[in-house]
Design a protein around this ligand. Sequence first.
Ligand SMILES: Nc1nc2c(ncn2[C@@H]2O[C@H](COP(=O)(O)OP(=O)(O)OP(=O)(O)O)[C@@H](O)[C@H]2O)c(=O)[nH]1
Ligand SMILES: [Mg+2]
Length: 249
Amino acid sequence: MNAVIVIPTYNEAGGIEIMLDAVRRTVPSADILVVDDNSPDGTGALVAGHPDFGRRITLLNRADKGGLGAAYRAGFAWALDRGYDVIVQMDADLSHPPAKIPELIAALDLTDIAIGSRYVEGGRVSNWSASRRLISWAGNTYVRTVLGLQVRDATAGFRAFRRASLLQLDVLDSQSNGYSFQIENTWRAGQLGLTTTEVPITFTDRTTGQSKMSAGIVREAVALALVWRWRQIRSHLHRPSSQRSDVTA
Ligand SMILES: Nc1nc2c(ncn2[C@@H]2O[C@H](COP(=O)(O)OP(=O)(O)OP(=O)(O)O)[C@@H](O)[C@H]2O)c(=O)[nH]1
Ligand SMILES: [Mg+2]
């Protein structure tokens, strides 16, 4: 089984080397793809300077900051083109514990998608302010309610996919850019009947660099969740009444 860890970066120079070393140590047989949007702080140059660059580590350098979703689509397209069996996604800021990667990959023996989750038993967040906790909790509750999702941590960005699951999700055709990228995949997975397992993790707030979270990203998530739900309801209403019993809650 060949695996690749896809890591999007924008201005992560403060921690990227520690991150790459931690991932290399934990899963030495996996490849790493860093998708950098031409970070002005030189993140790309640090990746290219890593001793394993050109062997286990590859850099996909994009011209401009295009958002998390666009970076992941580019990274996933790269990984699918190269035939990886397992594709893992995670942030570069060490919020997602690299030590949990093997557990996520192992979970794929029994499930289509494994999610590193803050909101199942055993999962938690460390170092977050009360307001950050509230925003995350409210965001999760909102999308879970609007979209009727069973997944507890629907906005999580630490996930492992089997190749077939990513293809089935048609992830390259997704439309969202910020957090909503994670929500959209959770929603699509549920609609397609893909199975999801949540592995508890401790999420630690970043200690270097700046968050890229913005009001625009939150607005996108709030609006898109309503759009997806509305489209589902509308397509249900336009179906002949004899086929309407299968609508999901
Ligand atoms: N390539 C690329 N990466 C991005 C972009 N926006 C965010 N990222 C990366 O995506 C990951 C998640 O972004 P963060 O800013 O940590 O977002 P977050 O984890 O939701 O917010 P915090 O918890 O406040 O850190 C990090 O590795 C970022 O460097 C982007 O436009 N392009
Ligand atoms: Mg972060």
